[in-house]
Design a binder for this molecule. Structure first.
Ligand code: PEP
Ligand code: MG
Length: 945
């Protein structure tokens, strides 16, 4: 059986009879909107967003273009509401079909043709069109309205039998494959056989008689597989086609795509029924697709392709090599001028880059579709910035148009220039194609979507999917791959469009590559790449290399448009009136600070736009090879004096570290956290040491044995059953204050030295893991005395603060008291999440969190995205209570959540002053901060009352 799914469709209904009796006006709910009825749609849906939901992106675009006076072939849209009713009941809702028939009468009038009339036939297309574009994922049927009689009539009127028979065979084929789910193969096989019998290589060699013969064959094929004759009743064709489009909303391809893009199943698709216009009636006709700006680079130049004497799918499929759009000026200057004028108008109207489809029928231009074009991350930013500079949109809109994910993608790895040159020198260059979607991809080659997906998902391989060209069925393979390579097709081919949308590096049309799908190899000359071998695909240059090439992350400095955009984002966040708040609370938006331990990280953070260091984990500095032995000596010494002696040796190192940080952050605050982890983390591994000791004892080696045994005993002494809840943070500082006393001295000596060199320092000393204000009461005054002493010794003064991390729920709950000592709070949401949920931050992901998220017990991983209801509530309470004591309490976040857009939104809403994240995430956080500022502009901070 050749059917992919059930082909049992009812064919008994009396659509034709119904068509004849349908009244001119149909009462009840409106399911069908003529393109001219956009006002009625607006009235019903309330606003344009509602119209897009009702009529889908394509339908609303066609209606909007019709209103704007753009030449659009007449037609109508069956609403998404009808689709949703159909999905529920398994049949068209009451009134829909009658309304479709009435609408057809109106289309006939506008087109001056009649559906099913052999002497002047109207042919229509039936296309899907959801609210959000899902390119190629649902059904399209063209040339509806042809039957044996109409074909005869059309041959007489057009005097072009070849054209008419070709249309008819396309209709029968499309009807079989899309409406009745037959495999393409059942039609392709006899066609290939026919061509071979005639010795033809390409379709253009087929004559009218050849197509006629093939129509007979196709009809037989249709009957054999479907069980009845191809429907001659044109209204029956229309009814079945409409139904097939509705059904394709729940097809596997469409569902997979929606899962990957987060589109809801509830939206449904609209169906657009539109007069067919033909680009394949001779050399005064043609068809094409174009983007009003370059979707890959963002350049302000139209990019498109067209083919003379061709149908639309010939261009989109990328099978025939199309001409660049600018050549149209030579073939049809007037049409080209009109086209450029219309597209300019459309871009202005939609205030965005448009992706248009057009057809020229005997010298007349028709616009078939316009929609906001899909684009790469790079062009998203460039187009947004350019359009703001052109005053087409505001700077605020430009910032809103770029999502944090886009910024993330822009900072993704690229191939090293020098590595690529080296590879070329070593003869590893393999092929070159069109650079369709930027980025560097390294992976193992697989020649079909299923294998590529399986290898990526089950074998955890990095894959590159290689195909002659891709089809919508291949999307699952593409999205699981690192990169995509095709040997055919151009910059607007399916592979290129989908890859750009998902940010997958992609090279298309590398025509020197011969792919042998049976032998599972690809070759260029005598170079052979077998399935499973590694290649490197460069979506920026279109080059493909054998083997693996090293990648590196691009620098922000090179990306001028992104820098401009981020500058605008910062301007938005720093607007004074963005938040309404009580006196002392922040009324501007969030600042973005960075977590950085070393001067070089701080320099990067600053270059990426951080305006403070929110967390320097000082203990990382203790692990440097020359320092660790000193730290261990300090831990091993049983007395305060012994510890101080070792710490004296560490002090110069720490002072130097802090000096570098202050210098890098000249003028900005730097938060330095005092030692946090339990001491055993600085000691050698207990098991390994025990093994060494036993081996020495067995072998009778004595040299150094004493020291090792002593060390082992101390490690055993430091052992805790639950070290994360043990002697660490402020508890450790209270037990051994010498360590933090040294650290504070180092901080203030460095700050003083920097001040003397003219650097503006703003040190903030952060005490970790506070659970009760009494801890601060005990330690903070001692440390403040050291700070004052150093400033006295060095005879300098500068701003400084002492504050605490809020990582333990009790600190958050008692924030009012904690703030009596702490001058700032920084939420350590890694520990705060761990302790609020009671989930180990080291083990939960591996053990059960993934299942929790899969099962919907938790909406997201709370270690990545703040749990607003629990951890977030504690934060909100802590801020409200803390500011009761100290209205201008500085509040930040330095857990991993500080770089997560959703968590950033929460921080804005509850009144944080800043978020702090890794330097690489600073640009993302800057953009996310501006987005939330605009989204909630002028709203009050949500206090916990
Ligand atoms: C935290 O707990 O969120 C934090 C930043 O500290 P650390 O990750 O070092 O425990
Ligand atoms: Mg912590």
């Amino acid at each position: 059986m050749a059917t992919k799914a059930s082909s049992k469709k009812a064919v008994k209904s009396k659509s034709s009879a119904k068509a004849k009796t349908a009244k001119k006006t149909v009462k009840g709910k409106k399911w069908v909107y003529l393109f001219e009825e956009v006002k009625a749609a607006e009235k019903y849906a309330g606003n344009w967003e509602g119209v897009r939901s009702l009529l889908g992106g394509k339908g609303s675009g066609l209606a909007d273009m019709t209103r704007a006076g753009v030449p659009v072939p007449p037609g109508f849209t069956v609403s998404t509401e009808a689709c949703n009713e159909f999905r529920k009941a398994g049949k068209f809702p009451k009134g829909q079909w009658d309304q479709q028939v009435v609408a057809m009468k109106s289309v006939e009038k506008n087109a001056g043709k009649k559906f099913g009339d052999p002497n002047n036939p109207l042919l229509v297309s039936c296309r899907s069109g959801a609210k959000f574009s899902m390119p190629g994922m649902m059904n399209t049927i063209l040339n509806i309205g042809l039957n044996d009689k109409v074909v005869d009539g059309m041959i007489k009127t057009t005097n072009n039998p070849r054209f008419v028979w070709d249309l008819y065979r396309r209709l029968i084929e499309m009807f079989g494959t899309t409406v009745f789910n037959l495999d393409d193969e059942v039609f392709e096989h006899p066609m290939a056989e026919y061509k071979a019998s005639k010795g033809y290589k390409v379709d253009t060699e087929m004559t009218g008689d050849d197509w006629k013969a093939l129509v007979s064959t196709f009809k037989e094929v249709f009957k054999k597989h479907v069980g009845f004759d191809f429907p001659q009743d044109v209204y029956k064709q229309l009814e079945l086609a409409t139904q097939a489009v509705f059904e394709s909303w729940m097809g596997k391809r469409a569902i997979d795509y929606r899962r990957a893009t987060g589109i809801s199943d509830d939206l449904g698709t609209a169906v657009n029924i539109q007069t067919m216009v033909f680009g394949n009636t001779g050399n005064d006709s043609g068809t094409g697709v174009a983007f009003t700006r370059n979707p890959s680079t963002g350049d302000q130049k139209m990019m498109g392709e067209y083919l003379l004497n061709a149908q639309g799918e010939d261009v989109v499929a990328g099978i025939r090599n199309a001409d660049p759009i600018e050549h149209l000026v030579n073939n049809m200057p007037a049409v080209y001028k009109q086209f450029m004028g219309i597209t300019k108008k459309l871009e202005k109207h939609y205030q965005d880059m448009q992706d248009v489809e057009f057809t020229i029928e005997r010298g007349k231009l028709w616009m078939l579709q316009t929609r906001n074009g899909k684009r790469t991350a790079k062009s998203t930013v460039k187009i947004a910035v350019d359009m703001a500079n052109e005053k087409l949109i505001s700077k605020d809109d430009a910032v809103l148009r770029v999502t944090p994910e886009v910024v993330d993608a822009l900072l993704h790895p690229q191939f090293n220039e020098s590595e690529m040159k080296k590879a070329e020198g070593e003869g590893k260059f393999f092929a070159k194609g069109v650079n369709a979607s930027p980025g560097a991809a390294v992976g193992q080659v697989y020649f079909d979507a299923d294998t590529s997906e399986r290898m990526a998902k089950e074998e955890k391989q990095q894959t590159i999917m290689v195909r002659p060209f891709t089809k919508p069925d291949d999307v699952h393979g593409m999205i699981s791959a690192q990169g995509v390579l095709t040997s055919e097709g151009g910059a607007t081919s399916h592979a290129a469009v989908v890859a750009r949308q998902f940010g997958i590096p992609c090279v298309v049309g590398a025509s020197s590559i011969k792919i042998d799908l049976e032998k599972r190899i690809m070759t260029v000359g005598d170079v052979v790449v077998k399935e499973g071998e590694w290649i490197s695909v460069d979506g920026n240059t279109g080059k493909v290399f054998l083997g693996k090439i090293a990648t590196s992350a691009p620098t922000l400095e090179e990306q001028t448009e992104l820098l401009t955009l981020l500058k605008w984002a910062d301007e938005i966040s720093s607007r004074k009136d963005i938040r309404k708040a009580p006196k002392g609370w922040p009324t501007r938006g969030l600042q973005v600070w960075a977590n950085a331990d070393y001067p070089k990280d701080a320099q990067r953070a600053r270059a990426y736009g951080a305006v403070g260091i929110g967390l320097c984990r000082t203990e990382h500095m203790f692990f440097e090879p020359e320092r660790l032995p000193i730290v261990q000596d300090m831990i091993l010494s049983g007395t305060s004096e012994g510890r101080t002696a070792a710490l004296d040796k560490l002090l110069p190192y720490q002072r130097k570290d802090f000096d570098g940080l202050f210098e890098a952050m000249d003028g900005y605050p730097v938060i330095i956290r005092l030692i946090d982890p339990p001491l055993h983390e600085f000691m050698p591994d207990e098991e390994k040491l025990l093994e060494e000791v036993i081996t020495m004892r067995v072998k009778g080696e004595t040299d150094g044995l004493d020291k090792k045994e002593q060390l082992l005993a101390s490690i055993k002494g430091l052992h805790e059953s639950n070290p994360m809840m043990g002697l660490r943070g402020v508890r450790l500082s209270i037990s051994m204050p010498e360590i933090v006393e040294m650290q504070v001295r180092a901080i203030f000596e460095a700050a003083a030295d920097c001040t003397l060199r003219g650097i503006v320092v703003k040190p903030e000393v952060m005490i970790p893991l506070t659970g009760t204000v009494k801890e601060l009461e005990w330690i903070q005054p001692r440390l403040e005395r050291i700070a004052s002493a150093v400033m006295g010794e060095k005879k300098v003064k500068f701003e400084y603060k002492f504050g605490t991390m809020v990582e333990i729920p009790r600190a958050a709950v008692t924030a009012k008291e904690v703030a009596t000592h702490a001058e700032f709070f920084s939420f350590g949401t890694n520990d705060l999440t761990q302790m609020t949920f009671g989930y180990s931050r080291d083990d939960a992901e591996r053990n059960f969190l993934v299942t929790y998220v899969q099962e919907g017990i938790l909406p997201k991983n709370p270690f990545q995205t703040l749990d607003r209801d629990g951890v977030g509530k504690l934060m909100q309470w802590a801020i409200t209570e803390g500011r009761k004591t100290r209205p201008n309490l500085e509040v930040g976040i330095c857990g991993e959540h500080g770089g997560d857009p959703d968590s950033i939104e929460w921080c804005h809403l509850i009144g944080n002053n800043y978020v702090s994240c890794s330097p690489f995430r600073v640009p993302i956080a800057r953009l996310a901060a501006a987005h939330v500022a605009l989204k909630y502009s002028g709203q009050s901070i949500a206090e916990d009352k």
